[in-house]
Design a protein around this ligand. Sequence first.
Ligand code: SF4
Length: 432
Amino acid sequence: MQLHKIASYFPCFGVNKRQEIERLVYEISKRDKISPEKILSPVYSDNFESLKNRLIKIRFPYASKYNKTIRPYLPKIAIKPADKFNPGDSEFNPARIFIEKSAASSGLKNNFRKSFPEAKFTEISSLKDFIRDNKTSGPSSYNKRRDNVFITNEKYDFFKKCPCTKGAVGCGYHIFNLGFGCVFDCTYCYLQEYNNAPGLIFPANINKFFERFRRYKKLKMRIGTGEFSDSLMLDHITEYSVDIIEFFNKHEDVTFEFKTKSANIYNILKSRHSGNIVVSWSLNPQGIIDKNEFFTASLSERLDSAEKCAQAGYKVGFHFDPVIYFNGWEKEYQSVIDLLFNKINPKDIAWISMGTFRLKPELKPLIENRFPDNKILDEELLAGYDNKLRYPYGLRYTIYKSLLNSFKKYSKKLPIYLCMEEISIWQDLKSA
Ligand code: SF4
């Protein structure tokens, strides 16, 4: 039986009910690699509630064991093959570079010209006008974003407090909003849903950021660039890190973080710093990197880079975020932690964060379209305390507890925090 024929089995159900059954059968069939017929025959019922409940138990066995009521997110299945991500050429080689008129004589433009002599350079009045006149959206446009670069002069949006998530324990982080978009392609990246620009944006006026920072600065603040982009992905071209490190040498009470999945540390290593710079890496088992973090540095390249930065006197940070649950997760994450502490002395670590995979419901169809063979959506993701889809509470608790125990084997003094997690998980972990 083809998936689209499922609807014909339930002629008495309305559109919404059929859609929900179709979605449940689709997700079970994809995860368990069995035909819809085999799923439906043992549970078949023409009573909608009864059939739906039976399917929910198969789709969410862990959550069904612990929760009386489960309200899964069951959107319409709408997969367009044309939206599929094609890893193609991993090398970043933009075809078009657009420069805002006011940034036409910038050093950043010259750096891009030297790096991409074949690209077509075009002057535009402003990015805002360009977006207004060239509206794009959806996965197929996101797939093409690496073709276009925008060199801009930022005017308003310099810094912001990390919005965290409703009901979570915040960590007081601030975002240094230096550009938008990423050359890497992670299946779970929230920028896929957040992005409305048809390319990657790089401000040329970093000095304006520094000028504004003097007014924005707060005592002992933590701030970083890795929220709407990867801090070091193109640092050999932008050379942002050179100016940033030099600037923060004069603000030793502020901690600045470069957050990356790259091994692009050449400028970092050659800079003279004041000890208030943290270079951090997001870590995952190599199997997860291979299937979910396209074009990024391997786990060993990330750890080698961290070792070099620590040797150069930088504090280093690590983000176990997102932790992705899969069969065998515990052993794999334990190995990542062992590899990490084989290279890095705990005293060089500024912080470690942990956060399990979560996503806004709106991101789910985008991941399904761009990465139809993904496995990350196969696990049990249900609306959590902030309406984001998350693993069930008990599973998240088990994951954090296991990672914490592994960290403790190496040091009991590591500064560890949870990213975007609810208060009760923090409390349960503390009292365990
Ligand atoms: S490295 Fe970060 S910003 Fe870049 S695609 Fe991956 S998750 Fe998104």
